[in-house]
Design a protein around this ligand. Structure first.
Ligand code: NAD
Ligand code: 0WE
Length: 261
């Protein structure tokens, strides 16, 4: 029971396929008490049964594009939890037109702004709002992707936003270290979630990933959840500002094994 007695707030659970759902399951299994935020009313119906299964009745609306919505969500959370032990930021977004085509041709000022606002600034904003309620030994966690450090087709401005998110992880770690609050990121391999479902050639990318990855496959939300539970537990008390890859080793291999001799 890695997380016994810990209270963790989970954002970004849109449906059962969400990475946040895998994380919530693992954290519940490890004894954490959970609360959830959701982007809007439309997503509440998917969240309700999952939260109920995980013994949580703390469901709070929070649209991270709005300072007012974020502020209101923590006022709401305070009604249930006076203090807590960390949160999971599992939120990313760029307008769909930014994620298809040649980077220099499709990227716009507004697309760039939205991608960075929702996918990176929101992590800082949640940390800022949560800080007064965070216990000693708390842990914050976000989800990033290899596109932060290497190019691939179509990920485009999301790659820049993830690079910002990874720097954000390090600067938040430096900033909150004196309060004994740790901040880490998991860089997950490609997983067929709602955010991935609109992506062109996603199945081909899964095939390519499996061919190059040392483990010969992609990862599951359960595997990401297990790493997340560890990073938010006291077993990871010496780890902060770190990007942990949960990608079946893909990022460590420059070429697949060739079946020659
Ligand atoms: P998902 O669609 O299940 O989750 C994305 C979440 O972002 C949704 O719950 C959505 O409501 C939330 N969101 C978007 N805009 C928001 C806003 N304005 N306010 C509040 N919430 C908002 O997809 P996912 O793949 O589970 O994505 C979770 C995180 O994992 C993202 O940061 C994504 O970039 C990252 N990630 C995904 C993969 C993958 O292949 N699926 C790989 C690595 C990292
Ligand atoms: O971070 C992500 C998902 C990012 C994402 C996806 C969408 C699709 C729907 C952000 N915003 C939106 N906006 C939409 O309107 N991943 C790591 C999964 C992903 O997305 C890709 C990928 C991979 C991998 C997009 C293009 C290329 C590869």
């Amino acid at each position: 029971m890695l997380l016994k007695g810990k209270r963790i707030l989970i954002s970004g659970l849109a449906n059962k396929y969400s990475i946040a759902a895998g994380i919530a399951r693992a954290m519940h299994r490890e004894g954490a008490e959970l609360a959830f935020t959701y982007q809007n009313e439309r997503l509440l119906k998917n969240l309700k049964p999952i939260a109920a299964e995980l013994n949580s009745n703390i469901l709070i609306e929070s649209d991270v594009s709005s300072d007012e919505s974020i502020e209101q969500s923590f006022i709401e959370l305070k009604k249930s939890w006076e203090t807590f032990d960390g949160f999971v930021h599992s939120i990313g977004y760029a307008p769909a037109d930014q994620l298809e085509g040649n980077f220099v041709d499709v990227t716009t000022r507004e697309g760039f702004r939205i991608a960075h606002d929702i996918s990176s600034y929101s992590f800082t904003a949640l940390a800022k709002a949560a800080k007064p309620m965070l216990n000693d030994g708390s842990a914050l966690l976000t989800l990033t992707y290899l596109g932060a450090v290497q190019t691939l087709p179509n990920y485009n401005v999301m790659g820049l936003a993830k690079a910002s998110l990874e720097a954000n992880t390090r600067f938040l770690a430096a900033s909150l270290g004196k309060d004994n609050i740790r901040v880490n990121a998991i860089s997950a391999g490609p997983i067929k979630t709602l955010a991935a479902s609109g992506v062109k050639n996603f199945r081909k990318m899964i095939t390519q990933h499996s061919a190059r990855a040392p483990l010969g496959r992609t990862v599951t939300t359960e595997e990401v959840g297990n790493a997340a539970a560890f990073l938010c537990s006291d077993y990871a008390s010496g780890i902060t500002g770190e990007i942990t890859y949960v990608d079946a080793g893909f990022n460590t291999a420059a070429m697949p094994l060739l079946d020659i001799e």
